[in-house]
Design a binder for this molecule. Structure first.
Ligand code: SAH
Length: 377
C-alpha cells in the first residue's frame, strides 16, 4: 500500500497521511525546489497557508496572493509579516509579499512577470463565466513560465466517505481525469504550453485506474518570455485591490547591509584582538620563537576560529599594539570570509564602515583602546 495512503478501501474509510492539502502544498514546495522561481503567485490563496510555507524558500523574492474573498485572506495574513529575527539577521535575498483582492476572471498588471503561478483547488470554485475567462487571464495575460493547476478527481469520490455529489458545497463542478486532461490539453495548445499530468493522494492498490485523489496539471510555457511579449497589449489599469504588503529586511538594502557589516567588522576585530592577547601570552610562554609559536597554536584555546588564527599568524597581516591601543588592519578584517562575502570589495568595506567604526588616522586599521578594559575586574 502506498505510504501516503492508509485505508480500508472497500469500506470507504480513507485517510491520507500527511493530509491531502499538505501533500498538495508539498508538491508545490518540491516544484519550487526544482525550478527555483523568483516570483511566485498563488491564485485562490484563501488563508495564505501555501504562501506562508513558500516564504521560507530562499530562491523566492516576490510572493503574491490573490483571492476573491478578502476576509479569508485577512484571517491569518499577519503570518506573512517579517518577524523580529528577520530584522536581527536580515536575509541575503530580498522578499516582498503582497496580497490582492480580486478575481482570476480579471486581468491586473500586478500579476505580470511571474515565474510560477499556482492554482490549488481553485478552478472547481469558478462559475462557468469565470472558468471561460480563466485561461486567457492566466496563460494568455500572466503568461508565467510555469502554471500548476490542481482540482479534485471525481473518479476518486466513491472512495471518499460521505461524498455524494461534490467534495465541497462551493464546488461548481468536479471533473474526471479525461475531462480535466482535455480542458488542460486544449488550453496548453492554445497558449503554447506543454502540460504533464500527475497528482497527490494515491488510489488503493488494485484500483490504480481511479487515479490520484487530487489531479494536477503542470504547464510549462514553450516560448521564452521577452520583455516585449510581456508588455504588449497588456492593460495598465488595476482591477485588484492590494490588501497587504510586506517588504522583508534584506542585505540587498544598503541600510541593513551597513548594519551587518559594521557588526561583523566589530565582532571580527574583537576576536582578532582576543587572539592577539592569546598570542602575546604564548609569545611569553615560548620566548617569542615564531616557529614554535605557530606549531603550538592550538584551536583548543578556544579564543578564535581556525580562519582567523591563520590570518593572525600571517606576519604581514598581524595586528599590532601601541601603548594602550590595539590596531587591527582592515586588510586582515577584509580577508575574513564573512566580511569579504558581505562587502565584495575592499572599497565597499571602507565606505560601509566610514564613521561607524573607530579607525586609525590613516583609515587602514580598526582601533581599540584597552586602557580601561580591565577596570571592572
Ligand atoms: N488554494 C487554497 C484554497 C482553495 S479554496 C488551498 O489550496 O487551500 C478556493 C479559493 O478560491 C477560495 O479561497 C475562494 O475564495 C477562491 N476563489 C473562488 N473564486 C475565485 C475567483 N474568481 N478569483 C480568485 N479566487 C477565487
Amino acid at each position: 500500500m502506498d505510504k501516503n495512503f492508509q485505508g480500508e478501501q472497500f469500506t470507504g474509510i480513507i485517510k491520507f497521511t500527511p493530509p491531502l492539502y499538505k501533500q498538495r502544498y508539498q508538491f508545490i514546495k518540491d516544484l519550487v525546489g526544482k525550478y527555483k522561481p523568483k516570483k511566485v503567485a498563488d491564485l485562490g490563496c484563501a488563508d495564505c497557508t501555501l504562501l506562508w510555507m513558500l516564504k521560507f524558500c530562499s530562491c523566492i523574492e516576490v510572493l503574491a496572493g490573490l483571492d476573491v474573498c478578502a476576509s479569508v485572506m485577512k484571517e491569518k495574513m499577519h503570518r506573512l509579516s517579517p518577524l523580529p529575527g528577520d530584522y536581527l539577521q536580515p536575509a541575503e535575498r530580498s522578499l516582498t509579499v503582497t496580497l490582492h483582492h480580486g478575481s482570476v476572471a480579471h486581468k491586473d498588471p500586478c500579476m505580470l512577470g511571474f515565474d510560477l503561478v499556482t492554482c490549488i483547488e481553485l478552478i472547481e470554485h469558478l462559475e462557468q463565466s469565470e472558468l471561460k475567462k480563466f485561461p486567457e487571464v492566466v496563460f494568455g495575460f500572466m503568461a508565467p513560465s510555469i502554471v500548476v493547476i490542481s482540482t479534485p478527481n471525481s473518479e476518486f469520490n466513491p472512495l471518499l466517505p460521505g461524498v455524494t455529489l461534490f467534495r465541497h458545497p462551493d464546488h461548481k463542478f468536479e471533473w474526471n481525469q479525461a475531462q480535466f486532461q482535455s480542458w488542460a490539453l486544449e488550453n496548453a495548445r492554445r497558449y503554447d504550453y506543454s502540460v504533464e499530468f500527475t497528482g497527490v493522494g494515491h488510489p488503493p492498490t488494485g484500483m490504480e485506474n481511479v487515479g490520484f485523489c487530487s489531479q494536477i496539471g503542470v504547464f510549462v510555457r514553450k516560448y521564452p518570455q521577452t520583455s516585449e511579449s510581456a508588455q504588449s497589449e497588456k492593460p495598465t489599469e488595476a482591477a485588484y485591490k492590494m490588501v497587504f504588503k510586506a517588504v522583508y529586511p534584506s542585505l540587498k538594502d544598503e541600510k541593513y547591509l551597513q548594519n551587518a557589516v559594521v557588526s561583523e567588522v566589530t565582532f571580527t576585530a574583537q576576536i582578532i584582538k582576543q587572539s592577539l592577547d592569546c598570542l602575546m601570552s604564548e609569545r611569553k610562554e615560548y620566548n617569542d620563537d615564531p616557529t614554535e609559536r605557530k606549531r603550538k597554536f592550538q584551536p583548543s584555546r578556544n579564543c578564535f576560529s581556525e580562519d582567523l588564527k591563520k590570518l593572525v599568524v600571517e606576519k604581514s597581516m598581524e595586528p599590532f599594539v601601541n601603548g594602550n591601543v590595539v590596531y587591527i588592519p582592515l586588510t586582515t578584517i577584509f580577508a575574513c570570509p564573512k566580511v569579504n562575502r558581505l562587502c565584495g570589495t575592499f572599497e565597499k568595506l571602507r565606505r560601509l564602515i566610514a564613521g561607524k567604526v573607530t579607525l586609525s588616522s590613516d583609515g587602514s586599521a580598526v582601533m581599540f583602546n584597552t586602557e580601561h578594559e580591565n577596570e571592572e575586574n
